[in-house]
Design a binder for this molecule. Sequence first.
Ligand code: SAM
Length: 319
Amino acid sequence: MKKWHKMFTGHILDVIDKIEDESIQMMFTSPPYYSKFVYPFANTMWGGDKDCDHKFDKNRKYWFNQFCMSCGGWYGQLGTEPTPEQYIEHFMMIMDALEPKLKHDGTVWINIKDSYSGSGNASGHKKDTKNLGKVTSETTAIVDGPSKYPSVNGYKRKCRFGIPEQLVTAMIKRGWYFRSRIVWVKPNHRPENVKDRPTNDHELIYLFSKRAMYKYNQIKVEAEDGFKNQRTTWEIDTENNPIGEHEATFSTQLPFLPIKAGTDFDDIVIDPFAGTATTGICAINQGRKFIGVEINPTMVDHAKGRLERETFTPLQYFL
Ligand SMILES: C[S@@+](CC[C@H](N)C(=O)[O-])C[C@H]1O[C@@H](n2cnc3c(N)ncnc32)[C@H](O)[C@@H]1O
């Protein structure tokens, strides 16, 4: 049997219906984080009326991140919403659309990072991303601080949005089972230019299941007196992005244990924000099938190239 993958180009909510119901065993993804980057080709319409001709204010500095003056839909990308609440709402639209595609014993693993209000100039930003904080606050409905220190929807400048916590609450309210929170510690994390809080050197991976009973192959690790159950703190170095864009990305090691635990041979793993298909490479190299969705056509080309170059046909297919 050949290694199996499908890459869809487009906005996840537009292509989701091409995927069969109850066909996906697990999702592993790292969505665009809130207020961090502006991704090329990622602006799209959220909500509103599909048949509307959409009217936007042409005098605004940014032509994206705007509500349509006719139907109220919002044109922008996941991560650049005016408020964290709207970001979570959009993310939940995606989870609602994915839910029927997931098998009844399926799981969802989400790698997510928090951000700080007014931190568009944070370290690690490049010329094209450093004003993102200003972009989000410019379009914000409620600005309640002195203009020098804009706040976003009541989150004062410097305040953490608490995105991971908001995501968990929203998922639980939607009926998902919140099963685990894994702390991904990055030993090679870049220093941060801060003196009034500890440096963040980790990100989080959340495990949710659709039902109370779900597919999970227990992972045991060596201990002094035999074996013990896998713990929730994982030390994994970041790697340079394979195509040299944005910040350091996760390595193929990160989805390794989730895929091993959440799937068996031939199960389908999906990444709705596939990027360069790191999840796909890890899935295929473990004998799983992969569906990736990516809005940026250039990135899809990179992903397809990597999926050919960096995957091998798993050994069991030769037996
Ligand atoms: C954090 S990156 C994922 C990186 C990925 N893990 C990798 O291996 O390269 C998020 C990706 O989501 C894509 N994206 C943003 N909005 C999207 C949408 N609405 N539908 C599908 N993909 C989207 C971006 O173009 C970007 O490549």
